[in-house]
Design a protein. Structure first.
Length: 277
């Protein structure tokens, strides 16, 4: 139970980072674009390294121990199924409400949609944009919560790395919710509340995942044939997040070389930490 509680806590910390993003843009005059680009790069490096150097190989080794026929092929399929799930969620979100469109790094720097609606004085549409962004992020964060939870259950040290990576990834998402809500209501408190709530679907996703596995008696441990497949799917989800969201967003916020340097640094830090542990 301690392992489960710790894994749930990690998903809560990762999800709460959307609130941090909202707070930063609401209460700090301007964020450093290169700093955020580098941080997002580090996040991508951590997630890519964990997925390809730890989760996927471990899933293949685990499936061999279960004696399941064609186990390695099943792990490979599960990896791409994970990518497919997160891709479908992305396609389900309308482009103009997509939280992965980079927002400005201060309240004066708005996305084109926010600027247009504010200029037209359409406060209800602005609020709707913020609420729909929050809803889109909540839907998108659901599988991320499951990924963090499963990773932390498998290895708490690895889970800490995933938590860090997802938390950094959630900061710009909190910004994208807070800005339109603020301009619709002129209330920093409401903007911060919506930004924070949008990330809480991560621990909800983790709790539902745990509840379903308990209900149907599915073991989320290394001895279960299901667990390696879940690990592989988590690896696929994390690779997709890194390539589709983190790296493009990092480049929008800062310079290309800053983002890539962050990726290398993230991989190096994660690699060294896993060697030490």
């Amino acid at each position: 139970m301690n392992g489960v509680s710790g894994a749930l806590l990690m998903t809560l910390i990762a999800g709460a980072a959307t609130g941090l993003g909202g707070a930063l843009v609401l209460f700090k005059k301007k964020l450093s674009s290169n700093f955020l680009a580098g941080a997002l790069g580090v996040s991508a490096g951590v997630m890519i390294f964990i997925s390809l150097a730890e989760l996927f190989p471990e899933a293949q080794n685990m499936i061999l121990g279960t004696g399941v026929p064609h186990g390695k092929a099943m792990v490979l399929v599960a990896f791409f199924v994970g990518m497919g799930i997160i891709t479908l969620i992305d396609f389900a979100v309308p482009e103009y409400e997509n939280p992965h469109e980079a927002s400005g790094l201060s309240l004066d720097a708005k996305t084109p949609a926010v600027g247009m609606l504010e200029h037209a004085g359409n406060e209800s549409a602005l609020k709707r944009l913020g609420i729909m962004s929050a809803l889109a992020i909540a839907i998108h964060n659901f599988p991320e919560g499951i990924a963090t939870f499963i990773g932390a259950l498998n290895d708490p040290e690895m889970g800490a790395g995933i938590t860090f990576a997802i938390a950094i990834h959630n900061i710009p998402e909190g910004i994208s919710v807070a800005i339109p809500i603020y301009y619709a209501t002129r209330s920093k408190g409401k903007a911060l509340l919506y930004a924070t709530l949008s990330g809480l679907s991560e621990p909800v996703g983790a709790a539902i995942c745990y509840g379903i596995t308990e209900l149907f008696g599915v073991e989320l441990t290394g001895g279960s044939p299901v667990f390696p497949l879940v690990l592989a799917a988590v690896a696929g989800i994390m690779i997709y997040i890194s390539l589709d969201e983190l790296l493009p967003t990092a480049e929008k916020y800062g310079k290309h070389h800053v983002a890539i340097a962050g990726v290398v640094a993230g991989m190096a830090v994660m690699g060294v930490s896993l060697l030490i542990v």
